[in-house]
Design a protein around this ligand. Structure first.
Ligand code: PEP
Ligand code: MG
Length: 749
């Protein structure tokens, strides 16, 4: 076969953009048949029971589509699915497993090659080619079909749920179940709200049909944008720092500027359609900004494009979300923190992020906001805004167009959950102490301004992890010392008298700043956490000074360093800290040296704990990254997320080793990853005698309930059993049983 690589690429790309699963399957069979120049290409798709149905064919009788069905192991196709192995036969009918289906009229074809379609260890189906004459398919042909099957399996897996043997094409009102990954637990019932990705830069010029109509369209978009911006500024005022709100004033100024409106209208009168006229006007002004000397003014070019995209979305008729819009399931390919910040918390019932995994920061943020989230579904084809949906964060699934009875069932489940949490509110004032007297301190994780009060409301005894990168992500530039001081002060004073652990900047990996790009092949192993900060001293020094100043007079600050893996990182930090204190003292501030701790999240840190001990005051286990690095599993990669598990025996054993080491060298130890909010994992952590757990505020009451119910003795026995287990499923079964035995089964849905 000539140009097989090119052909392969073309087929995969075109298949991915097909309008519906049925069209995609039809395209695949005819494209593969043409590429391999064979008589027949057929596609069999497996249902949940493993039954394979002929879904598309080019060559066999088309009326057989949906009619021919084989159980796993039945006939040649069924045996390929069972063995997950290709079958290349000179004469299919001679094979003992051959089964003849008269409706296909396949008797005239002798040569047979079938390959399995498997995605994430799940059987998707079988792809078959056939030829009239008796011959064995060549190695090249077999390699081509195996390769194309591997590449098509992911997108076919999305269509798998669309496909039912009877009616391959489904209308938009048909119930559809999308499987993803658990991001944040809980149930959200509402409608799909798509994050619109507009790229004005890609718009091409087009002749306008009616100049006056185009001008009216532009003016309407302008006025809609102005109203929307006023509304956004008003609704965000309480939640975001003043300087972020000030950016909105700049947007307002741009929208009011004569240069913009006259420029676009002039362009339209020259014959261009409104989007084209808008693009060329924005380009003209953004270039002016880009060429300015002053770096602040230069970065305003980006604002011009932001506002241009906003106007473009209005020109495309996208409906503005108003405060009346409720029960939204925010849906997008990637959902950033600033995307979420555009909505009032009460408007959202869930987050559906088509990429990412349970530990990507979108999921961490959803947990922090108490929003159910499903991640990593892959691109959902033909998803329409406004479709009713149930987002089930417990199971990691989304049901589109659910039947009324299903809605009722989930409503009931959600109500039970609400009642459970309301019932736990009375625990707020009670200490987290086990029935046999073991005291655990429960702290909250935060990062958002608006995120401070949920922790206090639920009885957090302090902040165990303040992710300082989050305010950095909400800004348009690195925040100044004064801006940072105000943000940190807000948190420190809200928790006056209680410890507040501010973590220094941890960007890199999936935590990117909109204004600081660095391209890395492998960002999780690259310029992250303290490495970035130490290499960017002015930024680090500004942050340290801001933290120290924010704590003046409150003295409840603890500084936590992310991604530490070497002693010299601590030595350098301690020098910087001293330097900052000296500077501030000389400037007249009364600053104290705060306790300093490290995140134990890089495996190397575990072996260096005894060397770190004299340099630090406490340790916090970052189980999210520790799991990522220990298991060599990218926490954002949906493909391997089913393997990502905090209960993996290696993770459990490693965390136990850390806790034991910290105890023996006298270092206070806490855990602040998502594991602290998982009731099954908390049983084991209790058994390890961990002293402090820090988690999203919404999980505090349930974890407190668990601690107040479960004797440490039981937790210790459970841990001992878990340490002898070889698989996370055994550990999960064991810990579930413990919850059930103590009437805590409701904690895990
Ligand atoms: C962790 O890695 O466990 C952690 C708490 O930090 P982050 O999730 O912000 O990387
Ligand atoms: Mg981390």
């Amino acid at each position: 076969m000539d140009n097989s690589l090119l052909l392969l690429k073309k087929i995969v790309q075109e298949a991915a953009t097909a309008a519906s699963p049925a069209k995609q399957m039809d395209y695949i069979v005819s494209a593969v048949r043409a590429a391999m120049q064979v008589s027949v290409c057929s596609l069999f798709i497996a249902d949940a029971q493993g039954v394979l149905t002929l879904a598309a064919t080019d060559g066999l009788d088309p009326t057989a589509v949906g009619q021919v069905r084989l159980a796993e192991g039945e006939g040649l196709v069924g045996s390929i699915a069972r063995s997950s192995h290709p079958l290349n036969l000179e004469d299919a009918a001679q094979h003992p497993g051959y089964r003849y289906f008269p409706e296909t009229r396949e008797e005239e074809y002798q040569a047979f090659l079938g390959v399995p379609l498997v995605h994430l260890r799940r059987h998707i189906g079988v792809l078959v080619v056939q030829e009239r004459q008796r011959r064995k398919f060549t190695d090249d042909e077999e390699a081509f079909l195996v390769t194309i099957a591997a590449q098509l399996a992911p997108s076919l897996s999305l269509g798998q749920s669309h496909f039912s043997g009877e009616t391959p094409e489904q209308d938009s009102a048909t119930t559809q179940r999308i499987i993803g990954i658990k991001g944040a637990s809980g149930i959200g019932i509402g409608t799909i709200h798509l994050l619109i990705e507009n790229d004005l830069k890609q718009v091409v010029d087009q002749e306008s049909v009616d100049t006056e109509l185009e001008i009216d369209r532009f003016r309407a978009a302008l006025s809609e944008c102005r109203d929307e911006l006023k509304q956004e500024t008003y609704s965000l005022k309480g939640d975001l720092p003043g300087d972020v709100v000030a950016i909105f004033s700049f947007y307002e100024m741009l929208l009011d500027s004569k240069e913009l409106s006259q420029g676009v209208e002039h362009n339209i009168r020259q014959g261009n359609w409104a989007p084209g006229a808008l693009r060329s006007t924005i380009l003209q002004y953004s270039t002016l900004f880009e060429n300015m000397e002053d770096s602040y003014l230069r970065s305003r070019a980006e604002d011009m494009w932001n506002i241009g995209n906003k106007l473009y979305s209005k020109l495309r008729g996208h409906k503005t979300v108003t405060s009346q819009d409720q029960n939204l399931i925010l849906t997008g390919d990637l959902i950033s923190i600033s995307d979420i910040a555009r909505y009032k918390r009460e408007q959202l019932v869930g987050i559906l992020c088509q990429s990412g995994s349970s530990l990507s920061h979108t999921a961490v943020l959803a947990n922090a906001l108490g929003l159910p989230a499903v991640m990593g579904t892959g691109k959902i084809k033909n998803l329409i805004a406004g479709v009713p949906a149930i987002l089930d964060g417990h199971q990691g699934q989304v049901i589109l167009n659910p039947l009324p009875a299903v809605v009722e069932e989930f409503q009931q489940l959600a109500n039970n959950e609400r009642l459970l949490f309301e019932g736990l509110e009375e625990l707020k004032e009670l200490p987290a102490v086990t029935p046999d007297g073991h005291r655990i301190r429960l702290f909250a994780n935060t990062g958002l301004m608006a995120d401070v009060s949920p922790g206090l409301k639920r009885g957090a005894e302090g902040i165990g992890l303040y992710r300082s990168e989050i305010p950095f992500m909400e800004h348009e530039n690195f925040p100044t010392e004064e801006e940072q001081k105000q943000i940190y002060r807000h948190v420190l004073s809200a928790y006056a008298g209680k410890p507040v652990t501010l973590r220094t900047l941890d960007i890199g990996g999936d935590k990117v700043l909109p204004y600081y790009h660095f391209n890395e092949e492998n960002p999780s192993l690259g310029w992250r956490g303290i490495r970035f900060s130490l290499d960017n001293r002015p930024i680090f020094m500004t942050q340290i000074r801001a933290m120290l100043r924010a704590a003046e007079g409150l003295n409840n600050l603890r500084i936590l360093l992310p991604m530490v893996s070497r002693v010299d990182e601590l030595d350098t930090f301690n020098l910087l800290l001293e330097d900052a204190r000296e500077q501030l003292k000389a400037e007249g501030y009364q600053v104290q040296r705060p306790p300093v701790g490290i995140m134990v999240e890089v495996p190397a840190a575990v072996n260096l704990l005894r060397f770190f001990a004299s340099r630090i005051n406490f340790v916090s286990i970052g189980s999210n990254d520790l799991t990522q690095y220990l298991l060599a599993l990218d926490r954002n990669n949906a493909r391997v997320s089913h393997l990502f598990d905090n209960l993996h025996p290696a993770v459990v054993q490693e965390i136990f080793r850390i806790v034991q080491q910290c105890c023996s060298i006298g270092l206070p130890v806490s855990l602040c990853g998502e594991m602290a909010a998982d009731p099954l994992a908390v049983i084991l952590l209790l058994g390890m005698r961990i002293e402090t757990l820090s988690m999203n505020a919404y999980s505090l009451p349930k974890i407190k309930w668990l601690i107040r119910t479960l004797p440490v003795k039981v937790a210790e026995q459970t841990l001992q059993k878990a340490l002898s287990m070889e698989h996370e499923n055994q550990i999960r079964k064991l810990t579930r049983q413990v919850l059930n035995n103590h009437s805590l089964g409701k904690l895990v849905c």
